[in-house]
Design a protein around this ligand. Structure first.
Ligand SMILES: [Mg+2]
Ligand SMILES: [Zn+2]
Length: 212
C-alpha cells in the first residue's frame, strides 16, 4: 500500500470507529448535595426529585466537560428500591429531574443491594455486578455508547468510585479529599486516584490541563 492510500485507509479506519471519551460522574456528593436532617442531625441522600440540589457550579462544570469533548454520564448506586426506602419508579423520576438539572448524556443507576431491607423489592436484592465498587455500570456504558474507557475519567467522592473507575480502566479523580461523610472509606491506602481535589470545579480544571 502506498503512502497516500495508507493515509486514506488510516483515516477511514479512524472515522469508522469513532470512540468517544466520557466523564463518569457520581451523583450524591458530586453533582447534588448530600442532605442533612436538621432535627436528627443525620445525613442522607435525595430520595425524591425535589430534594436534588446541585452542588455549587455543578451544572456549569458539566457543560465545561462537554465542551472539552467528554460525554457526561452519571453512574450512581441507588439501593433505595432494594432497601424499601422508595419505589423503583421514583428512581426514574429522580433521573428525569437530573436530566433537567444537568446537560447529561446518560444516567446509569444500580438499584440493587446485597442484603435489601424491609419492604424492599425482592427482585432487586442481589449481589449484582453494577453496584460500585464493581465496574459494571461503566463497562455497560462503554459497550452501549462506544466509549474508550482508557481515555475516560471517573469523578467521585468515595473510594468505591475510585475502585470502580480503576477496575474499568479509566482515570480517577477523588473529590472532597476522600472525606465523603456518608461513605465507608476503608482501605484508603490501597486506592490511589490519579488526582485528589476539593471540588468538581477543581476536578474539571485538572482534566482541562490534561490528565493523560
Ligand atoms: Mg457519592
Ligand atoms: Zn446493581
Amino acid at each position: 500500500m502506498g503512502r497516500a492510500s495508507f493515509a486514506r485507509w488510516m483515516r477511514a479506519e479512524t472515522e469508522s470507529r469513532p470512540l468517544r471519551r466520557a466523564a463518569f460522574l457520581d451523583r450524591d456528593g458530586v453533582l447534588v448535595e448530600i442532605l442533612r436532617d436538621a432535627e436528627l442531625g443525620v445525613l442522607y441522600t435525595a430520595f425524591h426529585p425535589d430534594q436534588l440540589r446541585p452542588t455549587p457550579g455543578a451544572a456549569d462544570q458539566v457543560r465545561r466537560l462537554r465542551a472539552l469533548g467528554y460525554d457526561c454520564i452519571v453512574v450512581t448506586n441507588q439501593p433505595g428500591p432494594a432497601k424499601g426506602h422508595f419505589p423503583l419508579a421514583q428512581l426514574d423520576r429522580m433521573n428525569a429531574r437530573m436530566h433537567q438539572l444537568f446537560s447529561l448524556d446518560a444516567i446509569y443507576s444500580c438499584p440493587h443491594h446485597p442484603e435489601g431491607g424491609p419492604g424492599g423489592d425482592p427482585a432487586l436484592v442481589m449481589k449484582c455486578d453494577c453496584r460500585k465498587p464493581a465496574p459494571g455500570m461503566l463497562l455497560r456504558a462503554a459497550r452501549e455508547r462506544g466509549i474508550d474507557l482508557s481515555r475516560s475519567v471517573m469523578i467521585g467522592d468515595s473510594l468505591d468510585d475510585v475502585r470502580s473507575g480503576r477496575a474499568a480502566g479509566a482515570r480517577t479523580i477523588l473529590l472532597n479529599g476522600g472525606r465523603c461523610e456518608l461513605c465507608p472509606n476503608r482501605g484508603a491506602a490501597q486506592v490511589a486516584p490519579d488526582a485528589t481535589v476539593a471540588s468538581l470545579t477543581e476536578a474539571v480544571d485538572v482534566i482541562a490541563r490534561g490528565l493523560e
